[in-house]
Design a protein around this ligand. Sequence first.
Ligand code: BTN
Length: 248
Amino acid sequence: MAGARIIGGKLLHYSSLPSTMEAAAREARRGVAEGTVVWADEQLTGRGRKGRDWISPRGGLFLSVVLRPTTPQLPSLLMLASVAMVRVLGRLFRLHARLKWPNDVLIRGKKVSGVLVESSFRGEVLEYAVIGMGLNANFDPGAYPEVSATATSLSRELGREVDLMEVLDALLWELDGLYRQLRAGGSVFDEWRGFLETLGQRVRVIGPGLEEEGLAQDVMADGRLLLLRKDGHRIEIPAGEVSLLPGC
Ligand code: BTN
């Protein structure tokens, strides 16, 4: 997309950080330019959604991007980050990645990457948002019992190591194009929806204060999952953890 680059204009690289999320939030509060990226070779206390740990040894890619979107643009950030990752894995490595609602990037059903979006409001005003992305690149998740059954990595899928700088460059390029498209009034929704392998599956969803089962029918423009329960009721789920029901 033509026009001035926003994401990746400034890159802050660290050998080791507790988490790129805090470092990026700190930069945001200091008033750093929109699109600034914090990248770490390892994280000592990397975190995932729902307060989980994110395994972050050297060989992985860990980054956070400072953005200043409008409040209505906020739900699209998760979508654009996961779409950017799927595109990059396809373009650089011919890997057929898909998404588990809302934002897990999977290869052959195993998680290779995750996205976390955090935002800060002052009253009603959105001050900044941070997109955090982790990619299992050049390490074997099999060495970590907590994720060995559910995670994969690029080196495991490809049987070789990848050039992290090349992946980072491609990812920032995709993120930048998609974000500028969003700011110009475009939408990433259709592409995100098309990558969701969750749709059409019978699932269990566990979210804040809810546990529901049913058919994952569709998603709404703001990312909510439309679940058709056995009793015929259709419910909208804003956030949660999806697992496939047996027999699917
Ligand atoms: C998930 O649970 O799927 C989201 C994982 C997000 C991990 C990334 S790694 C870079 C950034 N720093 C963190 O501590 N977490 C995010």
